[in-house]
Design a protein around this ligand. Structure first.
Ligand code: PLP
Length: 397
């Protein structure tokens, strides 16, 4: 079975991707892949999802011409406003899609991993709305750091399960969720939060997030009568970036993927004080896929770092690793300082406080305007209300 599908489209992206998982997880992954393949072609599924995206999530989100930022940078900058999606980020596009898949597969329980708590919250929203029992794996360290999101999840009826293994953060939470799924998949769906992990997650999550790029394409053609010269998006695991990039892959549009440069070069002696798996990573297996990861010479996963919790992941989705290697996507970096500058600039110039993750894309655009061309779209993946304490602390340190 494993060999038969190894070359099927969407399983591998060049040499990246695949299903590098223990035997116990092969069956649930293949069941999910098959079910999703069927739903992809179901009009009824798409009607139901479209209805929820419109009336519950608040889509389509605007493509906003940022006239003040444009004036400062001397080119036209449009912002794709995923910060206006219910829950405050693009994450709900994916959790709604997978929630509906799970419902149609007859599952009654959702499990998910979360680092900063944003994906846990987006899963709890869907669990409450679609009527699942919901359990969220979260590292003990993260639970302590993100009390507000833990409380949000609990308010919406989700149970937060503390993870005490390893570094007690995101990657350990993913390991625990996978362990749970191996013995619970008959009634449980594992709702992965980004375009990473084993097949079919990278393709499925990319498809659900592609609504961002589909809308943006229509909107920019309507506003400008042409496609942009570039699109800028931040990269954690790669779901908002793949979502806005995917509908433009065949066009002459520069796709700029901005990773977390973290503390920046020379600021530390740790090997990985960043989240730049495309920039600094090497080939390895993480969470079921061959991709670019931050690892030591013995293949041990390094702890990543970014001021933006959502970019703090030592791997990246396999499709982005492939697109970067083939030169279709250009990996860039913005360090903490550049992101904070973007955060303040967008707040001050446009009255939009972006998520610190999104601020990496904004900060990069501001520091490299020549890379953008005359017309660009910056994906504002989320809003910054969750980050105010972090920014205040950063400014005072
Ligand atoms: C989680 C998150 C990200 C990073 O995840 P991707 O899968 O890379 O998109 C980026 N921005 C916001 C606002 C997030 O919440």
């Amino acid at each position: 079975m494993k060999c038969q599908i190894a070359n099927a489209a969407g399983v591998k992206f060049g040499r990246y991707g695949g299903l590098f998982v223990p035997e116990t997880l092969v069956q649930p992954l293949l069941e999910l892949a098959e079910a999703y393949e069927q739903m992809k072609n179901s009009d009824e599924f798409h009607r139901e999802l479209k209805n929820l995206l419109k009336n519950f999530a608040g889509r389509p989100t605007p493509l906003y011409y940022a006239r003040n930022l444009s004036r400062v940078l001397g080119r036209k900058i449009y912002l794709k406003r995923e910060d206006l999606v219910h829950g405050g980020a693009h994450k709900l596009n994916n959790t709604l899609g997978q929630g509906l898949v799970a419902k149609r597969m007859g599952k009654t329980r959702l499990i998910a991993e979360t680092g900063a708590g944003q994906h846990g919250v987006a899963t709890a929203i869907v669990g409450a709305n679609l009527g699942f029992e919901t359990q969220i794996y979260m590292g003990e360290v993260d639970i302590e750091r993100q009390k507000m999101n833990v409380y949000r999840m609990q308010l919406m009826g989700a149970e937060v399960i503390p993870v005490r293994s390893g570094s007690r953060t995101l990657k350990d939470a993913i390991n625990e969720a996978m362990r749970d799924w191996a013995s619970s998949f008959e009634h449980t769906h594992y709702l992965l939060g980004t375009a990473a992990g084993a097949h079919p997650f990278p393709s499925m999550v990319r498809d659900f997030q592609s609504v961002i790029g589909d809308e943006a394409r229509r909107q920019i053609l309507e506003a400008e009568g042409r496609l942009p010269e570039s699109i800028v998006a931040c990269v954690g695991g790669g779901s908002n970036a793949m979502g806005i990039f995917a509908p433009f892959l065949k066009d002459r549009v520069r796709l700029l993927a901005v990773e977390a440069g973290g503390r920046g070069p020379g600021k530390t002696d740790k090997i990985a004080d960043n989240g730049a798996s495309l920039g600094y990573g090497t080939d390895g297996v993480l969470h079921g896929a061959l991709t670019k990861i931050l690892q030591d010479p013995y293949g041990q996963i390094l702890e990543s770092y970014s001021v933006a919790a959502g970019l703090d992941y030592p791997g990246v989705g396999p499709e982005l690793a492939y697109l970067a290697e083939t030169g279709r996507v250009h990996p860039m970096m913005a360090d903490d300082k550049t992101a904070i500058r973007g955060f303040r600039a967008l707040s001050r110039l446009e009255g939009i406080i972006p998520a610190l993750e999104s601020a990496h894309a904004v900060g990069y655009a501001m520091s490299e305007p020549d890379a953008l061309g005359e017309l660009t779209i910056v994906n504002v993946s989320g809003r910054g209300d969750k980050d105010l304490a972090t920014v205040m602390e950063y400014e005072n340190s």
